[in-house]
Design a protein around this ligand. Structure first.
Ligand SMILES: O=P(O)(O)OC[C@H]1O[C@H](OP(=O)(O)OP(=O)(O)O)[C@H](O)[C@@H]1O
Ligand SMILES: Nc1ncnc2[nH]cnc12
Length: 181
């Protein structure tokens, strides 16, 4: 499948929901994509290819939708999966990071011993909106002593400026969106 065919397939399986979860927000619902095995497999394969390209040794997936996308990518790419969870859910000692997102604020945590100095991490999430979540995850990975190899999202909402916000944080680290609107 060409990149353009992949893009068309993926975008055709993302549904717009007006005024959710707040008035004025158009929510990008990926559940139709998850329900289509062809589209979900194509997405998983594309992200697993990025993982190999960037030489990543671990996937960090962001709760909750980043878990759904990131876990099969880790299996397909043959690397470990590290969950970045919303605060208070991990049982061991954690590192945490507060952040704001398009429609609220939150804190994510990873286990303090989940990553080591030799790890190269691919951060996987479904949507890049304001970039608050991605920025927090990059900070967490670096505070855990690992290197960020790349950030990959299914969908970038370009008009919210996440890419511009992340540019100084990422430097030469690639930020890859399979679909941009
Ligand atoms: O770029 P930002 O403005 O930070 O927004 C992007 C984040 O928002 C959504 O997560 P949400 O916290 O709604 O979590 P969910 O996956 O649990 O639905 C989405 O899955 C991204 O993680
Ligand atoms: N508009 C949006 N749709 C889906 N997920 C999001 N995360 C942040 N903004 C979002």
């Amino acid at each position: 499948m060409s990149p353009e065919q992949l893009r068309s397939l993926l975008i055709s399986r993302i549904r717009d929901v007006a005024d959710y979860p707040k008035p004025g927000v158009t929510f990008k619902d990926i559940t139709p994509l998850l329900a289509d095995p062809l589209a979900f497999t194509a997405l998983t394969d594309a992200l697993a290819n990025r993982c190999a390209e960037y030489g990543a040794t671990k996937i960090v997936g962001l709760e909750a939708r980043g878990f759904i996308l990131g876990a099969p990518v880790a299996v397909r790419a043959g690397v470990g999966f590290v969950p970045a969870r919303k605060a208070g859910k991990l049982p061991g000692p954690t590192l945490g990071q507060n952040y704001a997102l398009e429609y609220g604020a939150a804190e994510i945590e990873i286990h303090a011993d989940a990553l080591s100095a030799g790890d190269r991490v691919l951060v996987v999430d479904d949507v890049l909106a304001t970039g608050g979540t991605a920025e927090a995850s990059v900070e967490l990975v670096r505070r855990a002593g690992a290197q960020v190899a790349g950030v990959c999202v299914l969908l970038e909402l370009g008009f919210l400026g996440g890419r511009e916000r992340l540019a100084p944080v990422l430097g030469a680290v690639p930020l890859d969106a399979l679909v941009r609107v």
